[in-house]
Write a protein that binds this ligand. Structure first.
Ligand SMILES: *[C@@H]1O[C@H](CO)[C@@H](O)[C@H](O)[C@H]1NC(C)=O
Length: 367
């Protein structure tokens, strides 16, 4: 009886499952000892895990303001009374580092023209990467392309995200003072102008940008750092030279390339402007209500989450023809369960307007 009870109680006492090695090799006495050690190991493991978790909670994520370094002594504002800039001394500027973005850049420029933004359209490009055909297309859309030198990432490209290797070349836009530009707005190739934003050119602030937004599920959410896809700034070769020097000595996460650097350089003194100037599709995934609120006033939409001009969502160096562009648009409007159908339709409308208006000249480029 007692042995039976013993067996039953043995069987029914809640215990750790024996590991394979316990089951196969140990005698009872040894097992008890190894159970003790297992218990000690387990308690230690739990303690270490809790300690690590607490440490990681204490360690805040990198932030350029917490880690500020005084590398930029530019005043916050341009001056007390800022005279209005003449449209010949204003520029919208983007960048073209690959043929695959030629159509997208053409649409950005043409959309700015359609919104009657009064500024020149200046397009820095990399001579060794961009074909005559691509230049022909962007010219037909209204851009004035001009070649710029490649700016290699600092520290010989250490730790940089491969996708961002070309991005420091963007800093060339600060040298537009040499082309007579007093005030400029930079737009990434994956943006679209929906309304006039002339007010940005007469901003009394030396630098303005829009808070970055990370999609649903990313704890950074609505961030206090800015997104570098839309920048309102005052070109200055002196600032350019300064940035080129500071790039090598500043301490910031190298992975995020020029955006992380610009956030360190300008973050503490930038004017943060409303999301309507860089309406990042990630806002819609985080807060459809906010997106709805902004929709009618959006000046510039930023296609971060999906790019209506990429076939199969893949970047390539090829210039798509008209049918391929329509196919890419169609694919994009179905992506994410059709969540961005309306935003893709905006881009489609802008593309079609461009083709109605400049299609003849653009088609010539394909011959
Ligand atoms: C742009 O200007 C043209 C000609 O003055 C005008 O017909 C058109 O409505 C304007 N577009 C916008 C978006 O203001």
């Amino acid at each position: 009886m007692s042995s039976l009870f013993g067996q039953i109680s043995d069987r029914w006492t809640y215990d750790l499952l024996p590991s394979h090695s316990d089951k196969l090799s140990c005698h009872r006495v040894n097992c008890n000892r190894s159970r003790q050690w297992t218990g000690v190991a387990l308690v230690s493991a739990v303690a270490v895990t809790i300690w690590l978790a607490a440490a990681s909670l204490r360690r805040r994520p990198y932030n350029p303001l917490d880690n500020y370094q005084n590398i930029n002594l530019l005043p916050v504002t341009v001056g007390h009374s800022v005279p209005p800039t003449m449209s010949s001394r204003r520029a919208i500027v983007s960048s073209l580092y690959s043929d695959g973005f030629a159509i997208a850049v053409a649409v950005v420029g043409h959309s700015a023209r359609t919104a009657n933004v009064s500024a020149r359209l200046l397009l820095p490009y990399l001579e060794e990467r961009v074909s005559e055909k691509a230049l022909c297309i962007v010219r037909a859309a209204g851009w004035e392309p001009y070649p710029v030198p490649f700016i290699p990432p600092p520290h010989k490209g250490q730790d940089i995200h491969r996708r961002f290797v070309d991005q420091y070349t963007k800093l060339n836009i600060w040298r537009l003072d040499q082309q007579g530009i007093d005030s400029a707005v930079y737009l990434d190739a994956d943006t679209l102008v929906r309304r006039n934003f002339d007010e940005l050119f007469d901003s009394p602030f030396n630098f303005a940008a829009v808070g970055d937004v990370y999609g649903a599920g990313d704890p950074r959410g609505f961030s206090l750092t800015f997104n570098a896809g839309v920048l309102a700034y005052r070109p200055s070769s002196a600032v350019f030279d300064d940035m080129r020097q500071k790039m090598e000595i500043a301490r910031y996460p190298l992975k995020q390339a020029e955006q992380a650097f610009l956030n360190l350089y300008f973050g503490g003194t930038a004017l943060l402007i409303p999301y309507t100037y860089n309406a990042n599709l990630a806002i819609k995934t985080r807060s459809p209500v906010l997106w709805q609120r902004l929709a009618d006033e959006m000046r510039i939409v930023h296609y971060t989450v999906l790019k209506p001009f990429l076939l199969d969502g893949q970047p390539s160096n090829a210039i798509l023809n008209a049918e391929e562009v329509e196919l890419a648009i169609d694919q994009s409007s179905r992506r994410e369960g059709g969540f961005f159908r309306e935003e893709v339709a905006w881009w489609q409308a802008a593309y079609r307007t461009m083709m109605l208006d400049r299609g003849h000249a653009i088609r010539q480029c394909y011959l």
